[in-house]
Each structure stands twice: as structure tokens, then as C-alpha cells.
Ligand binder design. Structure first.
Ligand SMILES: [Zn+2]
Length: 131
């Protein structure tokens, strides 16, 4: 993964805005996405932000341009965060981080509860409420 500053000046970029969704393969897991308006398609092109890069504002996410016409057709383009929306991007990053931590804690608790139920069944006892 490269950054905006590392791109060559002739590599096409689309400036976009961050969002947060939960439709990924890991059901319910908050995922950052970056969506940008394409002037050729008159439509948005989007990609998920890898979790390891989720705190950065200078990401450049490469995608195969889905454009059928225009200067990007058949090329790799990079989605970058629009600097004019940096404040919004910081808020979205903070929201995503909180939602992701909450998701991971809840998932861990569900696993631990299922484990304790399994353990209790093996011993033919059930955990008492509030224990
Ligand atoms: Zn396009």
C-alpha cells in the first residue's frame, strides 16, 4: 500500500470520502470504505480500507477502474481521502475505531460465554445467573 505522496504525478487518483459499513465477509464487523465520485462514469467508485491502514489520512488505495469510457478505463487508479474532508475523515476514523473495538469485545464475550456453557454441560452443571 502506498501513500498519496508516494504516487507519481501521472498516476490517476480520485478524491473521496470515508464511510463505515458492516457488510463485509466477517458479519457485522465495522469496515472503513473510501468512495469517490468518478467524472467519467458519473458514479461513485469505492473500496474497503485495509484495517491496518484504518487510522491514516494519506492512504492511496489502488483499484482497477471499473470505468468503460474516459481516461481511467482499463487503468489502475488510486482512491485517496479528499483533503477538503479531512475533519470528517478523522471523525469517521474515530467512530470506526470505537465501533470495531466494541465489536471485538462483544465477539470475545460471546465466545467466552459459549465456552463456559460447553464446559458447564461437560460437567452437567449450568452457570448461575450473574456468575
Ligand atoms: Zn469511472
Amino acid at each position: 500500500m502506498r501513500t498519496l505522496l508516494a504516487l507519481a504525478s501521472d498516476e490517476p487518483v480520485l478524491y473521496g470520502r470515508l464511510g463505515c459499513h458492516r457488510f463485509g465477509p466477517d458479519r457485522g464487523r465495522p469496515t472503513l470504505s473510501l468512495a469517490a465520485w468518478c467524472p467519467w462514469c458519473k458514479d461513485r467508485h469505492a473500496a474497503d480500507v485495509p484495517e491496518a491502514l484504518a487510522g491514516r489520512l494519506d492512504i492511496a488505495i489502488p483499484i482497477n477502474a471499473p470505468c468503460r469510457v474516459g481516461a481511467f478505463a482499463g487503468r489502475t487508479i488510486h482512491l485517496v481521502i479528499d483533503p477538503d474532508h479531512a475533519a470528517e475523515a478523522r471523525r469517521t476514523i474515530r467512530h470506526h475505531g470505537q465501533a470495531l473495538r466494541r465489536f471485538l469485545v462483544e465477539r470475545r464475550l460471546r465466545h467466552q460465554f459459549a465456552e463456559s456453557r460447553r464446559h458447564a454441560r461437560e460437567w452437567d452443571v449450568l452457570p448461575t445467573a450473574g456468575a
